[in-house]
Design a protein around this ligand. Structure first.
Ligand code: GCW
Length: 721
């Protein structure tokens, strides 16, 4: 440890030991952007380093950066900050672009190659005065730099000797809102849509700005406003005017808006007889529609499309393929610089065809057939945002088509609003996974950021967990998933632990006595959920329709591939889906080294065992236990982990304000009950096949199986109505 870091560590200890812990009540509205006064020992150096704000730039984005820095520095140092256009004293924070500031230009900072979004933060000395410079090629980079600078203070980093140079690895960093125009959110667990369509465009809720600001603090630069299961009305003049008002609120924060495009809109809105993408009239309709959109919203981002999936219309309805459909829309947007994100989440009700193979089968033959402004948007796993899945084989297979990553921030399959499940670790697992497409080291992150196959545009999409709840995300810890998603969209190689640390410090307190245990809870939480819901590679065991709670017994859903029994295949012999050559051969869709590993049951990791193999109840696991005993042990462990997380949280009471402490505490109690419910219901059910006793010490389920089977949840949230 060098002297500076040692000094800093000592400062940290001293600072937090003298910290008064009586925190004021907070409701979570401020997210991670809490600019509360820092502790004394930091205050002196922070004040010395930040006495005034200097800028020469007057654009709306630069103004947002100025407002943020002023609010941040005032809040953090407790002092009114002077804003000026010339440097008057040491400690000035100079921010802007070389184009607007001669002083910044003269500093000749290493801005080349940073694009519009990157920034430099540097400690400098000018005419004997010490200052901090936040500079970028474009105002938006300055804004991102401003947030980064404030984060340094929020996480109690030193402000001397700064030499930061950063740029995002992904161009388009988007939130996808599954918001319907009636404000019901499909798979939303944080209230209703924050887009108050009825009052737009005349009334702009201040929340729109707060939303844009929170996103900009993470580098998120786009929002798809409406549900992928789309309503055509968003494309009508009425809604275009409303959406334009949202775009205006977002613009100072560098956020563009996007729509989902309902493929049949030319029929529904245009009165055409067809939506065939190769019909010139249809193409002309979309072209005119794109022109109209850009007249209303000049910086509109583009379209996201769910086609021929779960009942949505698409090019296949007219005998065409996905490329035909995507390219037709791409041509309409291209003159304006817009992009098309065409989803690969497609599957037909074909009981003979393994559902997890279908996206690959439909899209790989189209590789290289898409226009330059099209990306194919792929969910992280081949099924559907389950607590754990292997990576989608498409990431290693589409070498001539840029692929967008789609993550789900809202916890449709991970406990809705109440369960504390930090998804940073899930996403890190996916991004670090090796596709072996170009030999070892061909990670998913590299496939997404374009460094593996060189494709552009590069896109990350996260299905938002934002709603009208005062705390935005349904729970305080769900905010961490919004935060982590944004950080990983900026840099897919970022570390889930580092992100959790920053989030915990910014959201609650930077006191290491809080941050350490809180991060520990977060880092363990996703594996706990996997264990109490779907251990050892199981998937899709949840209740039908609403997806709340366990229902592995369901075998009568509308389609074969909506039934949990289709996904676990439990029988007297064993459990799991045979996806080897002896089964559906889904494994063959992976690159040879990965396929060889998964084909071999002994080399398949326990975490994915039942995803790839139908395994006998007595199969001897790596631990020496039988599969049945191991399965039960995992369920037990999941439940025990949640109890531990809860107990750990209770010890953190002295560091947390009452309101956020209580809410989290009560939610953890719900999670404890529901973890037990998952465990008991699944074990009671699977035991009817295994017919084996529970391992010694493992408690019998609280109720008979019939009790769990009889539970009904008619108004569970998140279901499109
Ligand atoms: O996970 C499933 C959800 C649907 C969703 C679909 C999709 C918007 O249960 O609610 O539809 O995925 O991603 O299109």
């Amino acid at each position: 440890m060098n002297m500076r870091r040692l000094l800093h560590a000592l400062l940290a200890l001293f600072g937090f030991c003298t910290l008064a812990t009586a925190a004021a009540a907070e409701d979570g509205y401020d997210l991670w952007l809490r600019y509360v006064p820092v502790e004394k020992p930091y205050l002196v150096p922070y004040r010395a380093a930040t006495s005034e704000l200097v800028t020469a730039d007057a654009s709306s984005v630069a103004a947002a950066a100025g407002r943020e820095l002023a609010a941040g520095l005032t809040g953090l140092t407790g002092r009114k900050i002077v804003v000026s256009d010339t440097i008057r004293k040491s400690g000035a924070v100079l921010f802007g672009t070389p184009a607007h500031s001669k002083t910044i230009a003269a500093l000749r900072l290493p801005l080349e190659g940073l694009g519009r979004d990157g920034y430099v933060i540097k400690s400098a000395t000018l005419r004997g005065r010490k200052l901090t410079v936040i500079a970028a090629n474009d105002d938006i980079g300055v804004l991102y730099g401003a947030f980064r600078f404030l984060k340094l203070m929020q996480t109690r980093q030193p402000l001397t000797g700064l030499d930061i140079r950063e740029a995002p690895k992904v161009q388009y960093r988007l939130l996808d809102h599954w918001d319907n125009l009636d404000r019901n959110i499909e798979r939303g667990y944080a209230g209703f849509s924050i887009w108050d369509w009825q009052k737009l465009p005349d009334y702009k809720d201040p929340r729109y700005t707060a939303y844009a600001r929170a996103n900009a603090s993470l580098g998120i630069n786009g929002a798809v406003l409406n549900n992928v299961s789309a309503q055509a009305a968003i494309l009508t003049p009425l809604y275009l005017r409303k959406a334009a008002a949202l775009a205006e609120a977002f613009r100072p924060y560098g956020i563009k808006i996007y729509f989902t495009a309902r493929f049949s809109a030319p029929i529904e809105l245009g009165g055409l007889k067809t939506a065939d993408p190769l019909d010139p009239q249809v193409a002309a309709w979309w072209k005119a529609k794109a022109d109209e959109i850009y007249r209303t919203i000049p910086d509109f981002g583009g379209f996201l499309v769910k086609a021929n999936s779960e009942g949505q219309p698409g090019p296949q309805d007219f005998g065409r393929n996905h490329a035909d459909g995507a390219n037709m829309l791409a041509d309409a947007l291209a003159p304006h610089g817009g992009i098309v994100m065409w989803r690969a989440f497609v599957y037909a009700n074909d009981p003979k065809m393994d559902r997890v193979k279908q996206a690959y089968n439909e899209f790989v033959p189209l590789d290289g057939k898409f226009r330059d402004n099209v990306v194919v948007q792929v969910k992280n796993g081949p099924l559907d945002f389950q607590p754990r899945e292997p990576i989608s084989p498409l990431f290693g297979a589409m070498k001539k088509t840029p692929l967008a990553m789609e993550f789900q921030i809202t916890k449709e399959y991970l406990g809705f609003a109440t369960h504390l499940v930090y998804l940073g670790t899930l996403w890190q697992e996916v991004l670090h996974a090796d596709t072996f497409a170009n030999g070892p080291g061909s990670t998913v992150a590299k496939a997404i950021d374009g460094s593996l196959f060189g494709g552009k545009p590069t896109v990350m999409a996260g299905v938002a967990d934002v709603g009208t709840d005062r705390n935005w995300s349904g729970s305080i810890f769900n905010q961490a998933n919004w935060y982590a998603y944004g950080r990983l969209a900026w840099n897919p190689e970022d570390s889930a632990r580092a992100i959790a640390k920053d989030w915990a410090a910014m959201t609650f307190t930077a006191d290491p006595r809080f941050v350490g245990p809180a991060v520990d809870i977060m880092m363990r939480s996703r594996e706990a959920a996997v264990d109490y819901m779907t251990p050892l590679g199981l998937a899709h065991l949840m209740g039908t329709g609403h997806h709340y709670g366990p229902a592995p017994w369901v075998d009568d859903a509308g389609r074969a591939d909506w039934n949990p029994v289709y996904y676990h295949r439990a029988d007297d012999a064993g459990i799991g889906v045979e996806r080897t050559q002896a089964g559906s051969d889904a494994i063959a869709q992976y690159a040879p080294p990965l396929a060889a590993q998964y084909e071999d049951i002994a080399r398949t990791p326990d975490t994915l065992l039942l995803w790839f193999h139908h395994v006998s109840w007595d199969y001897k696991m790596k631990s020496g236990k039988t599969l049945w005993d191991e399965l039960v042990t995992h369920y037990d462990h999941g439940v025990a982990e949640v109890a531990r997380m809860h107990a750990e949280w209770q010890k953190l009471k002295p560091y947390v304000d009452a309101e956020r402490f209580e809410m989290t505490d009560r939610y953890l109690a719900i999670q404890e009950n529901e973890a037990k419910w998952w465990r008991d219901a699944c074990i009671a059910y699977f035991q009817t096949f295994s017919k084996r006793p529970l391992p010694a010490g493992s408690p019998v389920p609280e109720h008979p199986l019939s009790y769990y089977q009889g539970l009904k949840f008619p108004y569970a949230p998140g279901v499109a109505r």
